[in-house]
Design a protein around this ligand. Structure first.
Ligand code: ADE
Ligand code: ZN
Length: 339
């Protein structure tokens, strides 16, 4: 009953790295097609290697997996496989991260990356009526100069990219290091987001707001250590894109029962539920909803509110957001009447 409710409720996914949707089956297929040598001999061996102790141990494997992505059609196949999956999960809108530097650093032209992803997003709009935005992330463990170079390389595709973000290893790489590239993004009218407060301290969330001017925080679970910060996030309605399965797999919380999303929610924060890197963390968006609902005993009303938050927090025009909110309201009322 709850499982069906979660499956069928309309939702948006706002924290999803397209490279993190690379399932071992597709990894093998692309390795063969592109004659890339994988250090694994079977799909089981790949899955066995997915045991992470922290963010860095995951990133090492994740960047290695991305080596099979070489051509436009690889990026198309990767994105299309994800979109087909989440269409069945009733995702109506996606805001997808991609990491151009993970690919340009291997000699893949940025145009191949963007064109492949973009064509799949267009196909999903046409076939499923699913809307989408692309968010280009800078790798924060590389220099700001490299981020600026990437930003400039992406400018010919400005109309296909809605926003910029910041990801990769967090601790030791404070957001303010990227002040100049985010200022350029502001000049060009991009939306701005940043991973902050996943492993890093609340100070990084302050910096993302004050030095980068972001309008949404990715993860942000460590904000709860700083009451003044929570007050600000609530007051300014800054949404947080929380990723429960990711947080457990990377040791941010030991067990799902220890997750602080309920406290975040009860503090008045606009929290959303997302999958981050579903092929690596053992579940797509509905699995993330279900596991957190079960562990923290969330009600139908809570689940409905979190689904609404996913649209309130997204970058769609307000009239479309209002339509989605209304759809959720009607869906929830119908379900309540039928039960
Ligand atoms: N890149 C992919 N997933 C990430 C995460 N959870 N944190 C930072 N960078 C990432
Ligand atoms: Zn992430």
């Amino acid at each position: 009953m709850m499982k069906e409710f979660i499956k069928r409720i309309p939702k948006a996914e706002l924290h999803l790295h397209i490279e993190g949707t690379l399932e071992p089956e597709l990894m093998f297929k692309l390795a063969k097609r592109n004659q890339v040598d994988l250090s694994f001999s079977s799909i089981e061996e790949v899955r066995d290697a997915y045991k992470f102790s922290n963010l860095q141990s995951f990133l090492n494997i994740y960047y290695n997996g991305a080596n099979v992505l070489l051509h436009t059609e690889d990026f198309f196949d990767l994105t299309w496989a994800y979109l087909e999956k989440v269409n069945v999960e009733n995702v109506k809108h996606v805001e997808i991260f991609f990491d151009p530097q993970t690919h340009t650093g291997r000699g893949v032209p940025i145009s191949d990356v963007i064109e492949g992803i973009h064509s799949a997003l267009e196909k999903a709009k046409y076939k499923f009526g699913m809307t989408s935005y692309l968010i280009m992330c800078f790798l924060r463990d590389l220099s700001e100069e490299e981020a600026i170079k990437t930003f400039e390389e992406a400018l010919p595709f400005r109309s296909w990219i809605e926003g910029v973000g910041l990801d990769s290893a967090e601790v030791g790489f404070p957001p303010k290091k990227f002040e100049r590239v985010f200022a350029k993004a502001t000049e060009e009218g991009f939306r701005k987001v940043a991973h902050a407060g996943e492993e890093g301290p609340p100070e990084y969330i302050w910096q993302a707001l004050d030095s980068l001017g972001v309008s949404r925080i990715d993860h942000g679970v460590r904000c709860m250590e700083d009451a003044k910060l929570v007050e600000r996030l609530v007051k300014e309605r800054i949404p947080l894109t929380v990723c429960p399965l990711s947080n457990i797999k990377l040791g941010v919380f030991e067990k799902m029962k220890d997750h602080n999303i309920k406290e975040m929610f009860d503090s008045g924060l606009c929290v959303t539920i997302n999958s981050d890197d579903p092929a690596y963390f053992g579940g797509y968006i509905n699995d993330n909803f279900l596991t957190i609902q079960k562990s923290l005993n969330l009600s139908f009303k809570d689940v409905s509110q979190i689904a609404k938050n996913s649209f309130s927090a997204c970058f769609l025009p307000q009239d479309l957001i209002d339509n989605h909110l209304q759809d959720i309201e009607i869906f929830t009322l119908n379900e309540a009447n039928n039960s």
